[in-house]
Write a protein that binds this ligand. Structure first.
Ligand SMILES: Cc1cc2nc3c(=O)[nH]c(=O)nc-3n(C[C@H](O)[C@H](O)[C@H](O)COP(=O)(O)O)c2cc1C
Length: 308
């Protein structure tokens, strides 16, 4: 998720287990080949075999509307070590859509086909090319033709965020479209949208019946969601409950190193806010700390809270 699941957050989440694959924040492609430094900033894991330190593979996600530049950039990302390329046809942001990217392409099945097909051709066959869509721009039925086109273009799998662009992020997610999509394509479908806890997952799985699920916001709110879901499927495993303080301190420190102290304050506050929805002990601390702006004050408070 752009502005949220950067290298530091991916590193932390995958260290807790339960995640089989990660995708970077989207990289916007216009008419140029992006400099190597842009790929390396978006995906520092390129230096470690395109895997997080826990060994989880990371795919680079590209977003744009121009066929040839997307294919060139995908090929370059693979030369730099990417283990897979994911194409974003789901972003609803106005600036992105105005510049011909993300969910605006859902209105044009041919263009989606041309993009996936060109990227597939440019990227070596052993490297997966995957796509992410919403159900449609304003009509959910569009997912069927788009899924067929993505399949015909050679994608390895397809992630479906079960809402239209017009739905934005408003609940519910319409998981009931997934069986209809599975009926028109043989490729693996990854179901996405509104899985916040194990109960949501179980409901979603009973409807979607896929082998794969993608979780976005729910992972920020409860970083143990992946292991909890796997524990629910295998009750012999112990569930993890309270987030250990050292993980939050490590996250802050790593964000300072990754970008800078002010960035680390903003990112850590954003994460603590999400955690506070489900972890009462974090809520009290967040209420005290959210007004602190100076990195030195913020860091001192964080350390005293978690080291006492
Ligand atoms: C702040 C934010 C940034 C996002 N950035 C991306 C992105 O870069 N690429 C992407 O495929 N989806 C992005 N998404 C969408 C999520 O990956 C996911 O599809 C959506 O939030 C629904 O899943 P969830 O209910 O599990 O969060 C973003 C969502 C949010 C809230």
């Amino acid at each position: 998720m752009e502005g949220v699941t950067d290298w530091v957050m991916r590193d932390l989440l995958t260290s807790l287990g339960g995640i089989d694959f990660c995708v970077t924040e989207f990289l916007r492609v216009t008419d140029q080949l992006l400099p190597d430094s842009v790929f390396e900033k978006n995906c520092p894991e390129l230096k470690t075999g395109s895997r997080t330190r826990a060994g989880t593979p990371v795919f680079i996600q590209l977003l744009g509307g121009q066929v040839a530049p997307l294919a060139e950039n995908a090929a370059r990302a693979v030369e730099l070590g990417a283990l897979g390329i994911d194409l974003n046809f789901g972003c609803p942001a106005k600036t992105v859509n105005r510049h011909d990217g993300g969910a605006s392409l859902l209105k044009s099945t041919d263009r989606i086909f041309n993009i996936v097909s060109a990227v597939r051709t440019k990227v070596p066959p052993h490297i997966p090319v995957t796509a992410k869509i919403r159900l449609g721009f304003d009509h959910p039925e569009a997912c069927l033709e788009n899924a067929k086109a993505i399949t015909a273009a050679g994608a390895s799998w397809l992630t479906v965020h079960c809402r239209t662009k017009t739905d934005g992020y408003k609940p519910p997610a319409f998981w009931e479209w997934i069986p209809k999509i599975r009926a028109v394509t043989p490729i693996e479908i990854v179901t996405n949208g509104e899985i916040w806890n194990t109960a949501d997952f179980q409901k979603c799985h009973s409807i979607a019946q896929t082998n794969n699920y993608m979780i976005g916001r729910g992972a920020i709110r409860d970083p143990f969601i992946f292991t909890k879901i796997k524990n629910a499927l295998n009750p012999n495993l112990e569930p993890n409950e309270k987030i250990p303080g050292h993980l939050i301190l490590n996250f802050y420190q790593a964000s300072c190193l990754h970008v800078n102290d002010h960035f680390a304050v903003t990112r850590t506050k954003g994460w603590l806010k999400q955690l506070s929805f489900v972890q009462p002990h974090i809520k009290d601390m967040f209420d005290e700390i959210k007004i602190l702006e100076k990195p030195t004050d913020f860091r001192r408070h964080l350390e005293s809270y978690f080291t006492n």
